[in-house]
Design a protein around this ligand. Structure first.
Ligand SMILES: NC(=O)CC[C@H](N)C(=O)O
Length: 353
């Protein structure tokens, strides 16, 4: 028996999976019904213990081609872990992956109850452990720190366009999912991935046609240096920001972000396109949101979450910049908003500011 101990004192009993280590993290849940490999390899989960609400995980094993990045999450909680995967693409069972990556987890946990508590009380810290600690202060005081620096690449990397090169994109890697790169390559863009610590001057010297700002982990406000660099980039070239990239753009332009009660994670988040009046079902993974009102006169809210009314996108037409909170690259989840990559390519093909 092992335990998941929540900061509010609730204790769940379960069976160990993955690496046999104790770990504290921020406990979150994802409602994705598939895509556990993409979840496990999305760098935006750095510092978090992820609970899967879908009751059986691991039944199609591990397929490395589906990975979105490095595994940086701190823990993994499932109702039932399948150790007899059946899929022609599966290379090995999921537990082998968790062990190899040093990710501790629990199975046999009532994940519905975790969701109920998190929805009622808000997101909180928790610990995966073999023995319940007498004092919960270490759990309560944990915070996710230096998240972006911990997951961003240290080196510049180049990915050629598929077919004829139409545009050259500079992608700032705050913890980018691979499918952002693939979505651009497919549309005739070559992509240079830059570490998050790169200066605006270095990026501008490389003479790209546009700048893509990736997703990434942690509190957007922590990234003071990245925000300072963005202030020098926005307005110079077409910009497209996703998730953390959306939040950092808002902060760079003088706007504000807030922490949501329990965030949006999964492949079934309804988002309304405010100009077109239609709603898309989107893939999401975030705990913070932009305060649209804080950007009055600077940008307009383009998308809004149909469940809780939080901001899901901003347009800054004068700056040839647009950003979204959800994930148009999907992986996993619905691909309905992939058309936003086409909009970015059109902005780049239309010339520079
Ligand atoms: N996927 C992301 O980019 C997440 C952004 C940010 N870390 C948040 O949780 O809101």
């Amino acid at each position: 028996m092992a335990y998941l101990v929540l900061a509010n004192g609730t204790i769940f009993e379960g069976k160990r999976i993955g690496a046999p280590v104790d770990r504290i993290g921020e406990l979150v849940f994802t409602t994705g019904m598939e895509g556990y490999l993409e979840t496990l390899t999305d760098p935006s989960y750095y510092g978090q213990i992820v609970t899967q609400t879908f009751p059986m995980i691991g039944n199609y094993g591990v397929i490395e081609e589906d990975f979105e990045g490095n595994s940086t999450l701190f823990g993994y909680i499932v109702r039932e872990l399948c150790d007899t995967p059946s899929n022609f693409r599966s290379a090995y069972p999921l537990n082998d992956y968790l062990v190899a990556k040093g990710i501790p987890g629990l199975c046999g946990v009532d994940t519905r109850e975790i969701v109920r508590i998190t929805r009622e009380e808000g997101v909180m810290n928790a610990m995966i452990c073999d023995e319940v600690p007498a004092d919960l202060s270490a759990i309560r005081s944990f915070t996710v720190k230096d998240a972006v620096a911990s997951v961003s690449s240290n080196i510049k990397e180049f990915f050629p366009a598929e077919g004829v090169e139409k545009c050259r994109v500079a992608l700032i890697d705050y913890g980018a999912k691979h499918n952002i790169i693939r979505s651009l390559e497919k549309r005739g863009c070559s992509v240079t991935v830059w570490p998050s610590s790169t200066t605006a001057e270095t990026i501008l010297e490389s003479d790209p046609d546009g700048i893509m700002l990736s997703n990434g982990p942690g509190d957007p406000k922590e990234n003071k240096e990245c925000i300072a660099q963005l202030k020098k980039l926005i307005g110079k070239l077409p910009v497209f920001g996703i998730c953390l990239g959306h939040q950092l753009t808002a902060l760079a332009l003088g706007g504000d972000t807030i922490k949501l009660k329990y965030g949006h994670r999964g492949g079934n988040q309804p988002v309304k396109d405010l100009a077109a009046g239609r709603t898309y079902i989107t893939s999401q993974n975030h705990g913070y949101a932009v305060v649209a009102d804080s950007l009055k006169g600077i940008g307009t809210e383009s998308f809004r979450n149909a469940n809780d009314g939080s901001c899901e996108g901003m347009d800054y037409p004068d700056l040839k910049c647009f950003t979204v909170q959800f994930h148009p690259e999907a992986a996993s989840g619905p691909r309905d908003t992939a058309v936003l990559f086409d909009r970015f390519v059109e902005n780049m093909a239309g010339g520079r500011n």
